[in-house]
Ligand binder design. Structure first.
Ligand code: ZN
Ligand code: ZN
Length: 258
């Protein structure tokens, strides 16, 4: 694996290390194409700012830091500047305009919340047996794919459905996979989920993905410099590709935000 477009920085408050340490680790391990996709800065109408994103006050420094490092290491690695972002229907246009203004080159869709996050949103990894919530999650992911603005979908299987309506789960997973095929937007096997032993990647989702033939890629989702290359998780992800007969495409094509 010589690419990774899913990298965070210390600015999101749940990652460690310097930007340069991530790059040095990636170069040392043979990564040739790397992207920083830290959590998109977002503030809410009551002034609330999420504690898990790049603060709005640090976004220009984030872009400036990665740009300077891109120049410094230009003979060793192709570096790209982006964000990981949700699809929030009522705020999407404004978010995309801000991403452009900040100078983002590309975006990953990472739908961590439904209900637009704050103040009444739901963090989708918490587990829910609500088909309405699962449908809302799927609606957001599908709309994000259809926007044509995302390079790929990070952890498309992030919603932890705990209900018994397996047909409904199947239907929603198929909607994501069909949108992925129709718009040629790959779905990511998330290597953070593998190395941290999380509930995702979910077999139920990837077995459906394998049957639809949608394009699949890998992302380290690095939150620490050593995970800018997570050697141990690659064979585990490759095993999922074999087990579910996934259409692994390798390095995804960057969708540049113009
Ligand atoms: Zn994160
Ligand atoms: Zn991420």
């Amino acid at each position: 694996m010589d690419y990774n477009y899913h990298t965070h920085t210390v600015r999101c408050n749940h990652a460690t290390g310097t930007d340069e340490e991530y790059i040095q680790r990636a170069i040392a391990c043979g990564i040739t194409d790397m992207g920083f996709s830290d959590h998109f800065p977002l503030s809410f109408s009551d002034g609330h700012e999420s504690g898990y994103r790049v603060p709005v006050s640090q976004v220009s420094e984030y872009v400036a830091s990665i740009s300077a490092l891109r120049d410094k290491y230009k003979n060793q690695i192709d570096l790209h500047i982006g964000f990981e972002m949700e699809y929030y229907p009522s705020r999407f246009d404004e978010m995309i305009a801000a991403a452009r203004k900040y100078g983002a080159e590309y975006l990953l869709l990472g739908q961590h919340f439904i209900g637009e996050e704050w103040p009444n949103g739901f963090y989708v990894t918490l587990g829910s047996d609500s088909t309405d919530q699962l449908k809302e999650y799927t609606d957001c992911v599908v709309a994000g794919i259809e926007s044509g603005l995302f390079t790929y979908v990070a952890h498309p299987d992030l919603f932890r459905y705990t209900g018994n309506d397996h047909d409904f789960y199947h239907e929603q997973a198929v909607r994501i996979c069909r949108a992925s095929i129709a718009h040629n937007v790959p779905l990511e096997i998330n290597l953070l989920g593998l190395r941290a032993g999380r509930f995702y990647p979910q077999n139920a989702f990837w077995s459906i993905a394998g049957k639809t033939g949608c394009p699949v890629t890998f992302g380290f989702d690095s939150h620490a410099p050593e995970d800018a290359f997570d050697e141990a998780s690659i064979p585990v992800a490759e095993e999922l590709v074999r087990k579910f007969d996934l259409n692994y495409i390798g390095k995804p094509e960057l969708i540049l935000l113009k």
